[in-house]
Write a protein of this length. Sequence first.
Length: 365
Amino acid sequence: MKQRLCLVLMIFALIACNEQKSSKMLDDSKRSKAQELVSVLNVRKAKGIMLGHQDALAYGSMWYGEKGRSDVKSVCGDYPAVVGWDIANVELGEALNIDSVKFQTIVEYIQITNEMGGVSTISWTARNPVEDSAVQDPVSAILTQKKYKDKYVSYLDKLAAFFIDLKDKEGNHIPVIFRPFHNPNVETYWWNINSCTTAEYKNLWQMTVNYLRKMKKVDNLVFALSLYNPLSTEEILNCYPGDEYVDIIGSDLYLEQANDPMGKMYVENLNKTLAVITDVSDKKNKIPALTDTGMEGIKIPNFFSELVYPVISEYPISYILFGKNAWNIENYYHIPIPGHPASEDFLKFVEIPRILTGNKLDNKG
């Protein structure tokens, strides 16, 4: 009798175990592409910091459109793990983005990056849909006036079409990081919080995410909120649209040599801002990142190994994205080219085991 009872219990246990496995497999299959990328970012964050470069595959310092070329690769022999793009102009239906790269070419480079196991991050410096200089608060106008809201929604329709078109060879959507409305704490952009209220900024963010997710069924976006050099928790939370609308919390910070010739202020601010974003990210269960940084012209030869790395190595950030190398402006670069005084230092930086370039990755994380 006892033997029969034990056998029955074992059978029930096996059934329960199989049901749990089936349930887990079902749950995994239901995960969106965005959720898959979040998982990969968390796994890689434990391994190190991914190296990123803006527009890395499309052009570099004084060259444009050479397939297979990258300024990062020219110096260290490997591609960056993260490649950044700005898809401004997509909302206008134009063929080229603001950096004179065809949108179809950007799609192809995102596909190539995905095949290599890399990650693409996309900002969107969108044209102001409120083309009326008398309107001092475009964000409020979009939220409250039908004609402006309709125009903005037409922007989102074109934006969604771009993201939906991001597919691999098997026809699966490629997940990417999407960084809209960046740096709201500076006056450069029409969504800045000096023109609109923080509540309006958050409402615009929520409206954008909800429309893309619910109306357009876009499921391959990991959303990154980034401010310029935020130095307090309050500064971030003032612009924070809510846990369900953000996956990454980032900081942008550039070394302005005119006011900081030796980079001392940059190092101090980098320490402070990374401390803030990692603390908020930890409390919110989000991923911290240095979403845009660098020094134009790299006039400090040991910039990477002695200024940047000692700071970023103290914080569990997912990636560091350096600014672009211009194809049409001489000496405008944020990654050194071969022969540049900082090229050996950059190579030293990249050879650090915890700095992850393309060959240090795998497709599973």
